[in-house]
Design a binder for this molecule. Structure first.
Ligand code: TXA
Ligand code: MG
Length: 340
């Protein structure tokens, strides 16, 4: 298939919206990562997204809307908690998992009775959704298993020839995907950590928030849909798959910062002495927002350089944004952690 490259002009966005309306696939920028969009209410369009990404079909999509009030098309149950969250965080990187309304195709929600919804904080994404006149289902615009795309060039590398159009916008400001929060239960539960943290959510709703216990199991998961070796089943189906894997082998070093730096130097020298090329990923201490912004781009850059081994320093944050970055880093490394 020919993939057309579009700019963010109003004219080009009209072309993109027409493609979406006619059941095609368009990759577009959001504030978190690039998304690969299709009409969320068109089952055959959504099926094509799974094909283009090579994504398992039990892994549901996030449905993107351009006005908070459009949530009413997708769910009929709006609690006080949901309304407070929308007021505080939309548009923005918070996805809400709610009971779905009849009429949303099963392929969009991976056969679940719930639907994940977010209103992105990005003018191009919002304009595209508005012009399309339908909610847009969009997973991250990478090949399944690869690092998420935070630059237009990442999307072009992964999806050229597989989608109808790619909108070339700016680099993504947040850099990691949205926080996914299940608000169907009595106490909201974070299924995927992101830049909006449990503490911020608790302040917004004036109540408690839980974290999915599966987020704390630091070991590789089975890749098939039967779930995890240890019997823990993450509630967001996507959290159980192999993810964000660079081509190189990757090791995360955890411990006191100076010791980590020294151990990285030692391992780098040792590996280089036997002919391996080594890439190092070490963010400034406590610069969690910058780490989130740059994490996926650095992984892709090191892969491009063709390094054999990536040595990464763990971020020291038990919750918050550092925790969200660590969730991705540990998956990238296949939970290969060395304590120093
Ligand atoms: O920031 C983001 O969220 C980006 C941009 C494009 O908006 N999108 C994104 O989509 O990261 P994706 O498909 O890569 O991740 C969606 C996550 C997956 O882990 C999926 O399993 C989970 O959300 N999810 C979607 N619908 C769900 C539902 N009904 N119940 C539980 N988890 C759900
Ligand atoms: Mg993804």
């Amino acid at each position: 298939m020919d993939t057309i490259l579009l700019n963010t002009t109003n004219e080009d966005l009209k072309v993109a919206a027409k493609i979406i309306r006619e059941g095609g696939l368009v990759a577009f920028p959001t504030e978190t990562v690039y998304g690969l969009g299709a009409n969320a209410l068109d089952a055959s369009a959504v099926s094509k997204v799974y094909q283009a990404k090579g994504r398992p079909s039990d892994n549901p999509m996030i449905v993107h809307i351009a006005r908070a009030s459009d949530i009413g098309q997708l769910t009929s149950r709006l609690s006080k908690t949901i309304v407070s969250l929308i007021d505080c965080f939309w548009p923005g990187p918070l996805t809400l998992v709610v009971e779905k309304k009849a009429g949303i195709p099963d392929v969009t929600t991976g056969g679940l009775s719930t639907v994940a919804i977010r209103m992105p904080d990005h003018p191009v994404a919002l304009e595209l959704i508005s012009l399309s006149g339908c909610p847009i289902a969009a997973p991250s615009a990478n090949l399944s298993g690869d690092p998420s795309p935070t630059k237009a060039s990442h999307v072009i590398e992964d999806l050229t020839g597989k989608v109808d159009a790619i909108i070339k916008g700016d680099d993504c400001r947040v850099g990691i995907e949205s926080t996914v929060l299940d608000v169907t239960g009595e106490i909201p539960m974070i299924l995927r950590p992101g830049i909006i943290t449990d503490i911020q959510i608790e302040a917004a709703i004036g109540g408690k928030v839980k974290l999915d216990p599966a987020l704390f199991i630091n070991q590789p998961r089975d890749e098939d849909s039967s779930g995890c070796a240890d019997g823990f089943h993450p509630k967001a189906p996507g959290m159980k798959y192999k993810h964000y894997a660079p081509k190189a082998q990757m090791i995360v070093l955890e411990g006191q910062r100076n010791k980590v730096k020294k151990e990285i130097e030692r391992l780098q020298k040792l590996n280089e002495s036997i002919g391996n090329t080594v890439g190092v990923m070490l963010f400034e201490e406590k610069a969690f927002i910058e780490a989130a912004q740059n994490f996926f781009a650095q992984l892709r850059e090191l892969d491009k350089q063709g390094v054999d081994l990536i040595l990464a320093g763990a971020l020291s944050d038990a919750d918050g944004v550092g925790f969200a970055v660590m969730n991705r880093m540990l998956k990238s490394a296949g939970y290969h952690i060395v304590k120093v």
